[in-house]
Write a protein that binds this ligand. Structure first.
Ligand SMILES: Cc1cc2nc3c(=O)[nH]c(=O)nc-3n(C[C@H](O)[C@H](O)[C@H](O)COP(=O)(O)OP(=O)(O)OC[C@H]3O[C@@H](n4cnc5c(N)ncnc54)[C@H](O)[C@@H]3O)c2cc1C
Length: 734
């Protein structure tokens, strides 16, 4: 018998970015409470999923993350939602993270590391800031973005080409190519006025791109652009030849000795290969997905990128930034070309305010606590410790009939209060508040992790929710890796679910954080800021030694933790990277697996510090190295959060590390050939099931906060028709 209530009941499964966005959009509809009754079922004690963080109450409320999280300046939808969320949160001026502007600060300093012949070199990148506000909903038109690409190449050439290279590129021999460069130079000489003639090819191509932008359907403009590309190839060839002449050898062989010249050539080649490919494959009209059967490097190579460009630190860092390694193995880089290209263009050419934005507390505190507070205030019901155990479809496969929900623990007062206050900021603890749970003693004594797939803990109860009675719609926000465990019947029943599970890959990642006694100025080289200039923006390093190839100085977070004022740590660093997959993940009964993973993660992290920290944190080395000490990393610089009176078993022991091995924590990849297998939020194949998460088909299709946000918006739209606009959903189309 149906429920007589006119309100439709919506069950949201999971509390990651996708699920919370869906809840936020559904409850942004005017008068939503007369239409819907919304309940979030979340396993364990906190929202956030892969973006969850926790405060370690036993260690001065330090922030513990799944890994380094940055928001990028092109996250139009994510910033838009979080701005609306903060506006409604209504914190008073002066309160911690009172506004979104307090919660996010622009970040522009990136250092790309390049290893060649036993030597690391650095490339500082500081993408210029702009006055735009992320989240204003404007995604620039495609050709405007391409114009910007050329403009950047031009600026890069202007900044990086040495006088010797310039002189050589500008010799008449390089203007003699049949047709193009000389013609272009002549054609634009007036137009260029005071600009460098040798870069005329780039500038002319920009002009032609602008013509296409003004008349995208004019074949003549496209033909002129194609000619421009041919000319630019001559230009790139001339740059390469000139560089090689100036260093007296082949640049491919000498990249390690002349990294800046290698970058000059490789970036120009990469940019041109992109441009050539975009025009040849008519990306403006046919879109990016058509390229996804190829790996990005394969596609670039097919459009003329040379080995130097394909092996460049820039491209490697792009892969690493989204863990684009099949099975988590560095031997298997794999990134669908269209998805990678779209991501790179959006990331580098459409950002607003700054290239990246750093959260000013843990991601849980900055994103998921405000989501929780606003949604709760709006009237959404949260059921913590409620783990989805089975999603049961009807036998004809038309809809979901039942949801089986496991009760992981009994909340004493009926409703769990998940947040606690750290220096005035509502935060998630890194373990449940056991005092609110009836099974407190057993959970604590058994050191039970209620987020773990491999927990020996059995549910203390179970509820079966029935369609039309307990729910009318479901938003499935559980991540891809978790689906074989919560939705095996859907995978059995529908070939497109099987195809998705088989073809869309998700891998483990790993991360660690260290708190140091000395400050950042002591730990880093003068190149990254000096004692005289301690306020220089702390860098984010990319492309560094595997597996922890991404490193960030996150010392700005220390004041958000509760360290003793004068004797606390003075700096904190985050390290993150992929983790290779065991051939077979052990069954749920292997309760020891997480512990073993954790031990291995700790060993890898401390070994990584020994071997590599010297290159990014030179101040962490023993004075006198290498003569007197076997180790390079001085572990005694690490801050011991329990104090020296409790001896650490290992000097790394009191830091934080984790292996993100749990099925639902796996990072979703965008490997070549996989895009077409992603299901869409509104097309699960079941009438009452919508999907939300970075694994669905969106306008981005890769694992990031923005894609998860877009998916949540799509799920909400499929239920209530709102939001009508999802920014960038159809890019490159408007
Ligand atoms: C180490 C790392 C670093 C990253 N860095 C960045 C970055 O810098 N920038 C960026 O934009 N993105 C980054 N990402 C990606 C980003 O975190 C994800 O794209 C995003 O958080 C995914 O959100 P989601 O909603 O799709 O899923 P998830 O975050 O996976 O959420 C799934 C939800 O379902 C819940 N759940 C799972 N199983 C059950 C169950 N049985 N019952 C009930 N609930 C359940 C989970 O607890 C969680 O709440 C990173 C990811 C990782 C792993």
């Amino acid at each position: 018998m149906g429920d007589p209530s006119p309100r439709r009941k919506i069950a949201i499964l999971g509390g990651g970015v996708g699920a919370m966005t869906a809840a936020f959009e559904l409850t942004s509809v005017p008068d939503w409470q007369s239409k819907y009754e919304i309940t979030v079922y979340q396993m364990g004690w906190r929202l956030g999923g892969k973006g969850a963080s926790g405060r370690n109450r036993a260690r001065h409320d330090r922030i513990e993350e799944h890994g380094l999280h940055l928001w990028f300046g092109y996250y139009e939808n994510a910033f838009n939602i979080i701005q609306r969320c903060y506006a409604e949160l209504g914190r008073l001026p002066g309160e911690p993270l009172a506004t979104w502007r307090d919660a996010f600060k622009p970040h522009s300093l990136f250092i790309l590391m390049q290893f060649h012949e036993a030597k690391w070199t650095e490339w500082r990148l500081s993408p210029p800031t702009n006055t735009q506000t992320p989240g204003d909903g404007v995604v620039p038109p495609f050709w405007e973005i391409i114009d910007k690409l050329l403009s950047l190449l031009h600026v890069h050439y202007e900044n990086e080409a040495t006088p010797a290279v310039r002189a050589l590129v500008n010799t008449p021999e390089h203007h003699d190519h049949p047709g193009f460069l000389a013609g272009l130079v002549a054609h634009v000489r007036d137009w260029l006025s005071d600009k460098a003639v040798e870069a005329a090819g780039l500038l002319t191509a920009r002009k032609l791109v602008q013509d296409v932008a003004a008349a995208p359907n004019n074949p003549a403009a496209h033909a002129a652009l194609a000619d421009a590309v041919t000319g630019l190839e001559h230009f790139a060839g001339a740059v390469r030849k000139a560089v090689e002449a100036s260093i007296g050898g082949l640049i491919d062989d000498l990249a390690g000795d002349f990294p800046f010249l290698a970058r000059l050539v490789s970036l120009i080649e990469l940019g041109l290969a992109m441009l050539r490919g975009i025009i040849a494959d008519d990306v403006a009209r046919k879109g990016f997905d058509q390229l996804d059967h190829l790996d990005l490097r394969e596609w670039l190579a097919s459009h003329g990128a040379g080995q130097l460009a394909l092996d460049s630190d820039t491209l490697r860092a792009a892969y690493e930034s989204i863990f684009a390694y099949s099975q988590g193995s560095y031997e298997l880089p794999n990134l669908a070309a269209g998805t990678g290209l779209r991501g790179l263009l959006r990331l580098s050419l459409t950002y607003k305010g700054a290239f990246a934005w750093k959260m000013q507390a843990g991601m849980g505190d900055t994103i998921f606590a405000p989501f929780y507070q606003v949604l709760k205030q709006r009237g959404v019901k949260f059921e913590f410790f409620k783990a989805v155990r089975d999603i049961v479809p009807s036998s004809d496969g038309s809809r979901i009939e039942k949801l089986v929900i496991g009760h992981q623990a009994t909340v004493i007062n009926g409703e769990y209060n998940p947040l606690y206050n750290v220096n005035g900021l509502p935060c998630w603890p890194s373990t449940p508040d056991f005092s609110q749970l009836k099974e407190k003693d057993k959970l604590e004594a058994g050191k039970i992790n209620l987020e773990s797939h491999w927990t020996p803990w059995a549910d203390v109860g179970q509820t079966t929710l029935v369609a039309d009675v307990d729910f009318h719609e479901i938003v499935l926000g559980i991540s891809l890796g978790g689906l074989p465990h919560v939705a095996p019947k859907l995978i059995d029943q529908k070939p497109d679910w099987q195809a998705m599970i088989k073809n869309v890959e998700a891998i483990q990642t790993q991360a660690f954080q260290i708190w140091t006694k000395p400050d950042a100025a002591h730990m880093r080289t003068p190149r990254h800021g000096t004692h005289d200039n301690p306020d220089a923006e702390p860098p984010v390093f990319g492309g560094f030694a595997q597996p922890h190839n991404t490193i960030a100085d996150m010392s700005h977070l220390l004041p958000r933790e509760s360290w003793p004022p004068s004797t606390g740590p003075r700096a904190v660093y985050y390290f993150c990277g992929p983790l290779s997959q065991p051939a077979v993940m052990p069954p749920r009964t292997e309760a020891e697996f997480p512990r073993i993973q954790s031990i291995k993660a700790s060993a890898r992290a401390s070994e990584w510090l020994r071997s590599n920290a010297q290159f990014v944190l030179p101040g962490s080395m023993f004075a006198g190295y290498p003569e007197s000490f076997p180790d390079t990393f001085n572990f005694s610089l690490l801050y011991d959060s329990e104090g020296p009176q409790v001896p650490a078993v290992d000097q790394f022991d009191r830091q934080f590390w984790r292996a993100n091995s749990d099925p639902t924590e796996l990072y979703v990849l965008s490997t070549k050939g996989s895009t077409k297998f992603r299901l869409r939020a509104a097309a699960s194949g079941y009438s009452n099931l919508k999907l939300a998460g970075d694994w669905t088909y969106t306008g981005l299709n890769y694992g990031c906060v923005e894609a998860a946000t877009m998916s949540g918006m799509e799920a909400a739209r499929a239920i209530c028709g709102s939001p009508t606009i999802i920014f960038g959903e159809n890019f490159p189309l408007p």
